[in-house]
Write a protein that binds this ligand. Sequence first.
Ligand code: SAH
Length: 251
Amino acid sequence: MKIYAVGLGPGDMAYLAPGAKEAIKRSDVVVGYTSYIKLIPDLLAGKEAISTGMRSEAKRCQAAIDEALQGKVVSVVCSGDAGVYGMAGLLFELVEARHVEAEVEIEVVPGITAATAAAAVLGSPLTNDFAVISLSDLLTPWEVIEKRLNAAALSDMVVCLYNPQSSKRSDYLSRAVQIVMQYREASTVCGYVRNAFRGESQSERVCTLEALPDEPVDMLTTVIIGNSDTRVIAGKMVTARGYRITDIDEG
Ligand code: SAH
């Protein structure tokens, strides 16, 4: 009895891994948030699809485990990577809580996560060390998020922000920027991508740290805050890794 935790990548089917497609093909049942299920209509032919609304991750995972216990092969699909703010971890926790570790095998199938998808659109901002921080305080207290922002900013790591801002949490990005500004120049190069690799709806922009709070950033956006080595090259956001270009020129 098997559950695949499958990352679908950022959206465009060109960036859905062949292994992810294979896992879905092998499944009898596909479980996922409605808008992700809609991304893969061709793969769903002849399969049972279970989709529920946003806030019921646990219900979706429980349903997947129920199906697997009945002997079915199940795929639980997430956007990006299933293990990055996705459902892979929750599946393991629920299988443990239900004491069915011996019956239900979980296989995590990796996908292209929003950080690397957004980075590719912006240029090459993640060339060196970086941190990924979600600004959602639904499951992590805001004090903890602040602590992590401080630590990442202090260490001069590039910082990727997931779940940066919603209508209910309209000041979270500006709060995060205020923290980072304690350690970085106002002119630090930043970028953001909305709907990366989702066709026409994709939009992106390179700006400064200071300008970021006024930009139209929402929950479909990934923000990347550069470090002291991040520059704009040919309109793109690039973090230099420290190669000595003159040496390279001299061979
Ligand atoms: N498992 C997903 C992340 C889920 S958290 C992954 O690995 O990518 C949801 C957040 O991811 C969003 O609020 C947004 O910040 C980011 N995100 C997901 N897909 C995105 C895309 N195509 N473009 C830009 N940001 C995206």
